[in-house]
Design a binder for this molecule. Structure first.
Ligand SMILES: [Fe+2]
Ligand SMILES: [Fe+2]
Length: 368
């Protein structure tokens, strides 16, 4: 590694702090920190360690060859643990001459010297380690810079945690609002939950990763939140809607999307996408934007099937419940017209029991 002047290092620190100030997740924080620590220290490697109850979790690293990424050690058995328990940096020019170091864990690595600084000195939540292959005795200035990086890391992590909390609270509030919207035309307010459940079954059947399936489940329950803006006279009308009334009803898609706009949470961003697109049709004749085929996001194509299936199989103000067979037949017949053929295929792949079982399917009318 090239030698850096104190000025260079201070400049790199300022850049890292600026980067940290705009991070929004702990993952972003750690990716800034692992490379910044290494560059600022001019080291051959850096690790990002989090305290996890009685253990040090080596969450991330940036190094010339592998260190301990993903591993956990008891706090008492590693130097990051020592730093956290003692709330101060450890500066070790020769690791094999220091009894605090578990030598066996270091033997397979390149490390000769290290500096470990605690993240949040008062009550450490983690530590940042920097490592050198050649013997290096870190100066007080170097340690101070690394500690300053760790202090900013603590602030950034606290911000990320609060942001997550706020997004969680926002999701919770909006979900309750969606229930309120639904309570008017479904006094069991289970339509959204059933749609969310079927949508998650469909995503799994389509082979989406489990994390996406979970997000779709959270987000799909907000698909009709825009109905809050639809007057009772229209929402609860037992008969056919006039063209004007239908146009007003259709606005719930765009209104829902507008209500969910501007969030940084993945679940709410996806919820906005679903709210906007769950009435688009594969053949491009849906609403509000008349987009077709793959212009419709997959989430919208999935929820479209789940939503129609649920409406068909349950009583609505304007219709009685269809049998499971009739509903499945209807979905099939709309394949390639209203619905994405791939999603219909996934729907057909779901065992009938999973469509009627579950927590909410008790009202389904099954024809023997
Ligand atoms: Fe809708
Ligand atoms: Fe719906």
């Amino acid at each position: 590694m090239e030698r850096r002047t104190d000025y260079d290092r201070a400049k790199l620190l300022v850049e890292a702090i600026q980067e940290l100030s705009v991070t929004r997740t702990v993952e972003d924080v750690r990716s800034v920190v692992r490379s910044a620590a290494r560059v600022i220290a001019g080291a051959d490697g850096a690790t990002f360690v989090l305290r996890d109850e009685g253990q040090c979790h080596y969450v991330d690293e940036d190094a010339i060859s592998p260190l301990w990424k993903g591993l956990r050690f008891p706090l008492e058995a590693c130097i990051s643990g020592w730093t956290m328990l003692n709330k101060r940096p450890a500066v070790i020019p020769d690791i094999y001459a220091d009894v605090r170091i578990p030598h066996d864990a270091y033997r397979p690595t390149f490390v000769t010297s290290l500096v470990m600084v605690p993240i949040r000195k008062g009550d450490p939540i983690g530590a940042i380690g920097t490592y050198w292959a050649k013997r290096h005795h870190a100066t007080d200035e170097e340690v101070e810079l690394l500690q300053a990086l760790a202090d900013s890391t603590a602030v950034a992590m606290e911000n990320a945690r609060m942001l997550l909390e706020i997004e969680r609270a926002r999701l919770e509030t909006l979900t309750r609002l969606a229930f309120a919207a639904e309570f008017r035309d479904d006094d069991t307010f289970q339509h959204t939950q059933r749609v969310a459940r079927t949508a998650s079954l469909l995503s799994r059947e389509l082979g989406l990763p489990e994390s996406d399936t979970l997000l779709i489940r959270q987000a799909a329950s907000l698909h009709d939140i825009g109905k809050l803006a639809v007057p009772d006279a229209i929402l609860l009308k037992p008969g056919r809607l006039t063209t004007g009334e239908y146009d007003q009803m259709k606005e719930h898609a765009a209104i829902g999307a507008a209500m969910l706009e501007g969030s940084h949470s993945d679940a709410l961003k996806l919820a906005g996408e679903i709210a906007l697109t769950h009435h688009e049709r594969w053949d491009g004749t849906g609403y509000p934007n008349r987009v077709a085929e793959h212009e419709i996001p997959l989430s919208g194509r999935i929820v479209a099937v789940a939503d129609v299936f649920d409406s068909l199989t349950h009583v609505r103000p304007y219709k009685s419940a269809w049998s499971l067979q009739d509903a499945v037949g209807e979905i099939r017949s709309l394949r390639g017209a209203q619905f994405d053929p791939t999603v219909v295929e996934a729907f057909e792949g779901l065992p009938a029991a999973s469509l009627i079982d579950g927590d909410f399917g008790t009202e389904l009318k099954l024809v023997a």
